[in-house]
Design a binder for this molecule. Structure first.
Ligand code: ATP
Ligand code: MG
Length: 396
C-alpha cells in the first residue's frame, strides 16, 4: 500500500490548497467502493467544455454511471477547460460560457457538488505539473498512434494545422486522472484507448520509481507501494451512442447531438430528421440503424423489442409515428433535467442568489477541494522521482 495521503505537511502546501473537506482515502487496492466511511475508493471522470451543454451520448455513456456511483465512491468530476482550447484557442469567452453550461448540466442530471468534487482543470496547477512529468514516460510515437487521437484529428477536420497542445492533451488526460489516484473512470467507448495509455503511464511510473515489480498485476500496484492505483475504465450501458447523422458517434463538435437542455419541440425536430433510407413503408431497417439504437436506449424493454419485430416483419410501419414515440420518450427523460437547468439560469432575486452565482460558488468550492487532493498526489509523485526538496509554500 502506498504512503497515506494524510501525511503531515502534504495537504495545502501552496497555502491555498487545503480545503476543510479533507480528501483522505488513498484509493488502495483493497477498497472496493464500500458505501460509507473515509476509505471509499475514488472515481474520476469529466467532460471538455467544447459546447454549451452535454448530450444524450454523455448521458448513456457516462453521466448515468456517475450519478449512480456517487455514494459508493469518492467522486472527482473534471471540466477539461484547458483541453477545450485544443479546438477553441481563439474563443476563450466561449470556453468560459461552456464551462458554466456544463456545470449546470451536471447539477441538472443529479451530480451533487456537495457529495462529489467538481474539478476545474485550469485552476489545479498540480495537474499541469504532473502532465510534464508523465510526458517523460510516454513514448512520443505511441501517443501519436493513439487511435482516439487519430479519429479526432480526422472527424474534427483539423488537418495538419492542429496545435502542439492537441496531442499533448492525451498526456494531460493521464495527469487529469492520475492526479486524483482513482480506481475507476466511467467513460464512453471512444475513451478506452486513452484510459489504456493512462494505465500504462501509471504502471510505468510505479515500476520505475516505486519499486513495483514487473510481475505485479495492475490491480496490485497500489498495495505493492505504487503511488498510482492503475485505474479501470467503466463504459456505460451504451458505449457509443450514434449521432443523428447515423454515422459518427454523437459528439458536441459534430453538430449531430440531442442536448440535455433541448426542448420537446427541438427534440421532435431532430429525431424526425433521422434518415431511415427505407425504399417503402414495408422495407426492413438495418439492425444497427441509429433509430433502433435510440429506441433500445430510450424506450427499451418489451416495447423496443416489439418495434424491432415490427420493422423486421415486412408489414407496414410508419417511421413518423415511431419517431414521434421516441421523441416523446426522450423528452420525458429530459424534462426534469431541463427544469433544474432552468433554475440555474434564473436571474438573482432580492434575497436569493441567481443561478450564475450559485454555479460560480460551486466551481470555487470545488477548486479548493481539488487542489488539496491533487497537491497530495504531486508531492508523492515528486518524492518518488527524487524531485522534492522540501514542501513549497506558494503564498501571495
Ligand atoms: P467533443 O466533440 O468536443 O470531443 P464529445 O461529445 O466527444 O465532445 P467529450 O467531452 O469528449 O464529449 O466526452 C465526455 C465523456 O462522454 C467521455 O467519457 C466520452 O467517452 C463520453 N461520450 C461522448 N460522446 C459519447 C457518445 N456518443 N456515446 C457514449 N459516450 C460518449
Ligand atoms: Mg470527445
Amino acid at each position: 500500500m502506498h504512503s497515506s495521503t494524510s501525511e503531515p505537511g502534504v495537504a495545502g502546501q501552496r497555502g491555498e490548497g487545503g480545503g476543510p473537506e479533507g480528501t483522505g482515502g488513498a484509493g488502495g487496492a483493497g477498497e472496493t467502493g464500500g458505501a460509507q466511511g473515509a476509505q471509499r475508493a475514488r472515481l474520476l471522470t469529466g467532460d471538455t467544455p467544447t459546447h454549451t451543454g452535454l448530450h444524450l451520448g454523455h448521458y448513456v455513456g457516462s453521466l448515468e454511471n456517475r450519478v449512480r456511483l456517487q455514494d459508493q465512491y469518492e467522486c472527482y468530476f473534471l471540466i477539461a477547460n484547458v483541453h477545450a482550447l485544443t479546438t477553441l484557442a481563439e474563443r476563450p469567452e466561449q470556453v468560459r460560457d461552456n464551462t458554466l453550461g456544463i456545470v449546470k448540466d451536471w447539477i441538472a442530471v443529479g451530480m451533487d457538488p456537495e457529495r462529489s468534487v467538481f474539478v476545474l482543470q485550469s485552476e489545479v496547477p498540480a495537474i499541469a505539473e504532473l502532465t510534464f512529468l508523465l510526458a517523460m514516460l510516454l513514448p512520443f510515437n505511441k501517443v501519436m498512434r493513439n487511435p482516439t487521437l487519430k479519429t479526432e484529428l480526422e472527424t474534427k477536420g483539423l488537418g495538419e494545422s492542429y496545435s502542439f497542445g492537441f496531442p499533448m492533451y492525451t498526456v494531460g488526460q493521464c495527469a487529469d486522472i492520475l492526479s486524483f489516484r482513482p480506481e475507476l473512470v466511467p467513460v464512453g467507448q471512444d475513451q478506452e484507448a486513452h484510459i489504456e495509455m493512462c494505465r500504462d503511464a501509471a504502471m510505468k511510473f510505479n515500476q520505475l520509481y516505486c519499486a513495483v515489480g514487473n510481475r505485479v498485476p495492475p490491480e496490485g500496484h497500489a498495495a505493492a507501494g505504487g503511488v498510482f492505483p492503475v485505474p479501470r475504465a467503466q463504459v456505460g450501458r451504451v458505449g457509443r451512442l450514434k449521432g443523428l447523422d447515423g454515422q459518427q458517434k454523437m459528439s458536441k463538435s459534430l453538430g449531430n447531438a440531442v442536448y440535455l437542455y433541448d426542448e420537446p419541440r427541438a427534440v421532435a425536430k431532430k429525431i424526425s430528421g433521422i434518415v431511415t433510407g427505407r425504399a417503402s413503408m414495408t422495407s426492413p431497417i438495418a439492425q444497427d440503424h441509429v433509430l433502433l439504437q435510440y429506441i433500445d436506449a430510450f424506450i427499451g424493454g418489451e416495447r423496443a423489442a416489439e418495434i424491432r419485430a415490427q420493422y423486421a416483419s415486412g408489414r407496414e410501419v410508419k417511421d413518423g409515428l415511431i419517431k414521434a414515440e421516441l421523441a416523446e420518450a426522450i423528452s420525458r427523460l429530459l424534462g426534469p433535467m431541463r427544469a433544474r437547468r432552468e433554475e440555474l439560469e434564473a436571474p438573482p432575486q432580492p434575497g436569493r442568489q441567481g443561478g450564475q452565482e450559485r454555479v460560480l460558488g460551486v466551481i470555487r468550492a470545488g477548486i479548493a477541494r481539488a487542489n488539496a487532493a491533487a497537491e497530495q498526489t504531486l508531492l508523492l509523485a515528486k518524492r518518488a522521482m527524487r524531485l522534492d526538496f522540501g514542501a513549497r509554500r506558494l503564498g501571495f
